[in-house]
Every structure is written in structure tokens, then in C-alpha cells.
Design a protein around this ligand. Structure first.
Ligand code: BYC
Length: 482
């Protein structure tokens, strides 16, 4: 497969032949000022004029699609990029399995498809809104660049979903596209659609945890949508996944560097007990038990994004051929799931137990299980850093029943081991598991900006290599230009 070039001549870079598609081109050009208005209001605060060393897509070939250069964020070339069409692609699962993939919206599934696209679209601007204050406390220019890269690409992911709405859903698609610019993360009157996207991202440890855990939900959901029988959605998601990989890299390496710096500082100070929290905090680093609490928070909030364990919506979307399983194409079964079961963790008579459910109804649970396994891989790598530095501590993913607001376990209070607690005990022990106000204040006290090229805040180690192989003291963001 050769490089599929992107047309950069018009206002909206694209590889979908927008030049010949006057109706959609006009609709997107009409939407564009509202998007820029939203970006100026809700995008990275205080850095809109800074020159940021960003990658921009110049093709959709997985190898070598990016070009790096200094860009002012409002001038970033947000565009519409789809992975190449695969010849004679068939619907890979569900009741239409084996039929030609749809190039137009199948009428009978229009509402379901629109809902999936709108939910996906809604998360993208939400994350930019959640992260808009973080630039001011960046621990280095390297980290600041990564934040802004993630932000502009989430903006592009919004463009990706808006293109589908404008091209394939007529007047109601246009209305949905407008509404995506109107909702606001955390706004009591016009909140974003899913819970985790209305939470705050108040500090950089939260940002790294968010990009590790929540962007990984993005990966799972995009993988499931990339299997879709609606080919334009599949192609859009396939390209989005190549961008998403960097976001998770930012999260995984971000937490690694925090953990590494903590353990190094402990070693230098001769502290081996990770629970000597006061002493460790005096070193200007974040103690491991607090890092664990942040992981507990972000993991549990993200699990809610998988919806109910037993879901008719998920069954219908699969049956219709719209949303598959994680890497459906690599699974070996009939891809229809009309029979068969899947074990689902449920709350039965006050106990957490496995219960077999029809495989079709249990698809959210299955995707969540795949997600948990994927999360564990990076946690193992964090633990290796801790072990290599000789500190007796292991970061653990909490039980899936812990701190839940959606699904089976939202009706109960479980601790991180999955033990059901009485309400009073939960209230009493809550800050053993989740960051307390004092923990939050401590982390906030460390969030001092470090904007000198090559320097890093006290609580985070430098990265192993620079972005685009740049040297350690590279000026990733030219703030003076702002
Ligand atoms: N909050 O049948 P159920 C990303 C609602 S992240 C609020 O279990 P379903 C990114 C649900 O809408 C990936 N409401 O739901 C990451 C339904 O309401 P209605 C985003 C919730 O549909 C970082 C009702 O409860 N993409 O890309 O099986 C940075 C019954 O629920 C929640 C997607 O999620 C919740 N957490 O599963 C930037 C893919 N959960 O419609 C970006 C598209 C459930 O009956 N979405 N409800 O009134 C989906 O596939 C599914 O809609 C969900 C929910 C997985 C979200």
C-alpha cells in the first residue's frame, strides 16, 4: 500500500475528495468557524499563540504519515482522514456477516449508528475541555508539547466524527454536529454525554492516568467500531487508532517517569518504606500510595465507560453489524453469537459472582475484560521500574466492582479487593482508596511550571528519548512567541 496523499489545498485537508463533494464541503466550511470559536474558548488556555512542535498528518500510511513542525495551535490543519478503502470488504460479524460492507447508511440502523457516532464524537472535545488549564503547570516543555499534541488530535477526532455526521446524516447530522460544540465538560446544564468526561483533570498525574486509562477505553471502543460494517466509520476509526497510540504512550511513559522519580528520590534519601509518606513528600515527589489512589480513581471512572455488563444496546449494535468486538477479525468463532454464553461478574444476593449470560448481551463485559487485560500490561511495566529500584511496592488494578457508578456494582460499595463494605465503612475508608483533599492539595503544591528547555519538575524523570528524536534541551514550545 503506497502513501495516500492528503489534499492540503482547501480550508479542510482531506483524503476523501472533498473538492468534488460540494454539499459536504460547504457544510464543513460552515461548521469550521464554530469549531475555531470553541477551540479559542475551550482549548489550551494561555498558549494559543505559542509555537508548538507538532506532528500533522500528511498521509494515512501507518509508516511515515506525520510531518513535524512549529505550529500555532489555532492554525493546526485539522482535517478529514480515512484509512484506505479495502477492496470488496465484507461485513465481518452479526446478522449481515459476509454481505458487502455498507458505503451508505443502512436505513434500518440509522438511529443506532448516529448514536454511536455522536457518543464517540462527544468524548473528543470533552477531553480537550478537561485538560485546558494544564499547560500553565507543565513540568517541562516536552510534556507541554505532548499535551498539546494530544489536544489537537482529539480536535481532529471530533472532525472525523463530524465529517460522518455531515456526509451521511443530512439535517439531523448537521444538528448533532452543532450540538457537539455546545455541550461542555462538567457543565451542570449542558454536560458531556459520558460520566468520565465530566470529571476534572486537575493536575498532571491525573492527565497521565487519564491518557493511560481513559484513552485506552478510546482504543478499545475505536477497535470495536473499526470492525463496523459501515465502511466509512471503520476507515475513520482505523486512522484514528494510529493517532491514539501516541496518547497512550504519553500516559504510560508519563506514569513511568513519575514512579521512577519517586523511587530514585527515595533511594537517594535512603528511604525504603513506601508508606513513609510525609518523609517522601518532603523530597518533592509523589509517594507511591498516592499514585495508587490516582490509578484507582481513573481506572474505576473509565470502567463506567463500558456501560452496563448486560446490554441490549450492545447486542443490537453487534447483531446489526455496526459495532464489533475488540479485534473481531482475529477471533475464531462464528462472529454471530446467536448461541453461546459469556461469564459476567454480577452482584447476586449481595455477593460478587460469575454468572453465564448470553454472549450477545454480554458484549460490554467482554470488551471491558479485554480492556482490563490490556491495562495490566502497562501496570506490570510500572511495577518493573519500582522493583528494579528496589522499593517493595506493587501498583495493583483495583477490583472491577470498586467505586462504580454504572452497571452491576453501582448499587453497592466494594473496596479495592472487591469486598462489599457497609455504607458507613465505605465513607470511613474512602480516602484509603481514593485521593483525599490533603492528597490533592499536596499534588497541587507540586504543580509548578518548568518552562526552561531540557529541565523537568522535581517529581518527574526526563523521558528516555525526545519526540522526533530531538535532543534533551530542544525547545518543544516557544512560549515567548505567545
Ligand atoms: N455515562 O445499554 P447500556 C474515547 C447509558 S473514549 C452515562 O449499558 P451501551 C476518548 C447509555 O448511553 C471512547 N451514560 O449502554 C478517550 C444508555 O442510555 P440510553 C468513546 C451511560 O450503549 C479519551 C443507558 O445508559 N466511545 O474515545 O451498551 C480522550 C443504558 O446503557 C454510560 C464510545 O464509547 C456512562 N458511562 O454502552 C478522548 C463508543 N454508560 O441510550 C476520547 C460508542 C451507559 O439508553 N459508545 N450509559 O439513553 C458505545 O458503544 C456505548 O454507547 C457505550 C455504552 C459503551 C458508551
Amino acid at each position: 500500500m503506497g502513501m495516500i496523499a492528503v489534499d492540503y489545498d482547501g480550508l479542510i485537508p482531506n483524503n476523501v475528495g472533498l473538492g468534488q463533494d460540494v454539499r459536504v464541503k460547504r457544510a464543513l466550511e460552515k461548521w469550521h468557524p464554530g469549531y475555531i470559536g470553541w477551540w479559542m474558548d475551550m482549548g489550551p488556555e494561555g498558549f494559543q499563540n505559542a509555537l508548538v512542535y507538532l506532528r500533522t498528518a500528511i498521509g494515512v500510511d501507518p509508516k511515515g504519515w506525520a510531518k513535524f513542525d512549529y505550529v500555532r495551535m489555532p492554525e493546526y490543519r485539522w482535517g478529514v482522514l480515512l484509512a484506505p478503502q479495502r477492496d470488496e470488504r465484507k461485513i465481518p460479524f452479526g446478522s449481515h456477516k459476509g454481505e458487502d460492507a455498507w458505503q451508505e447508511v443502512p436505513g434500518e440502523y440509522r438511529a443506532m449508528l448516529r448514536r454511536l457516532i455522536v457518543i464517540q464524537g462527544d468524548t473528543e472535545p470533552a477531553s480537550v475541555e478537561q485538560q485546558r488549564h494544564l499547560g500553565k503547570t507543565a513540568p517541562s516543555l516536552y510534556d507541554m508539547r505532548n499535551l498539546f499534541q494530544v489536544n489537537v488530535e482529539e480536535g481532529r477526532h471530533l472532525w472525523a466524527m463530524v465529517y460522518l455526521l455531515q456526509k451521511y446524516f443530512g439535517a439531523d447530522g448537521r444538528e448533532e454536529a452543532e450540538a457537539l460544540l455546545e455541550r461542555r465538560s462538567g457543565d451542570p446544564d449542558t454536560p458531556r454525554m459520558l460520566g468520565a468526561f465530566n470529571e476534572k483533570t486537575p493536575d498532571w498525574l491525573s492527565f497521565f492516568m487519564f491518557t493511560y486509562f481513559t484513552d485506552r477505553d478510546g482504543k478499545m471502543q475505536l477497535e470495536a467500531l473499526a470492525q463496523s460494517g459501515f465502511d466509512p466509520l471503520s476507515r475513520t476509526c482505523r486512522f484514528m487508532l494510529t493517532e491514539e497510540a501516541h496518547h497512550m504512550f504519553v500516559g504510560e511513559t508519563g506514569v513511568t517517569r513519575v514512579v521512577q522519580r519517586t523511587c530514585e528520590a527515595m533511594k537517594e534519601a535512603g528511604i525504603t518504606d513506601p508508606y513513609e509518606v510525609d518523609k517522601i513528600r518532603k523530597l518533592g515527589v509523589i509517594d507511591l500510595p498516592t499514585i495508587q489512589k490516582k490509578a484507582n480513581l481513573h481506572f474505576s471512572l473509565t470502567l463506567d465507560l463500558f456501560g452496563n455488563e448486560i446490554s441490549t444496546n450492545a447486542a443490537n449494535a453487534f447483531h446489526a453489524g455496526l459495532k464489533g468486538r475488540f479485534r473481531e477479525d482475529r477471533l475464531k468463532d462464528d462472529h454471530q453469537l446467536e448461541s453461546g454464553s459469556y461469564p459476567v461478574l454480577r452482584l447476586i444476593d449481595g455477593q460478587i459472582k460469575n454468572d453465564d449470560a448470553p454472549a450477545l448481551s454480554a458484549l460490554n463485559m467482554r470488551l471491558r475484560d479485554d480492556y482490563v487485560a490490556d491495562c495490566q500490561l502497562g501496570v506490570d511495566r510500572w511495577n518493573k521500574v519500582i522493583a528494579d529500584l528496589g522499593i517493595p511496592f506493587e501498583i495493583k488494578l483495583p477490583h472491577v466492582a470498586f467505586h462504580r457508578h454504572i452497571g452491576e456494582f453501582s448499587r453497592t460499595n466494594a473496596d479495592v479487593e472487591g469486598k462489599i463494605l457497609a455504607p458507613a465503612e465505605w465513607t470511613h475508608r474512602r480516602t484509603d482508596f481514593l485521593p483525599s483533599e490533603a492528597d490533592k492539595d499536596f499534588i497541587e503544591s507540586l504543580m509548578k511550571p518548568q518552562f526552561e528547555p531540557g529541565k523537568f519538575a522535581s517529581w518527574i524523570a526526563p523521558p528516555k528519548v525526545g519526540i522526533d528524536n530531538k535532543p534533551g534541551d530542544f525547545e518543544y514550545v516557544k512560549i515567548a512567541e505567545a
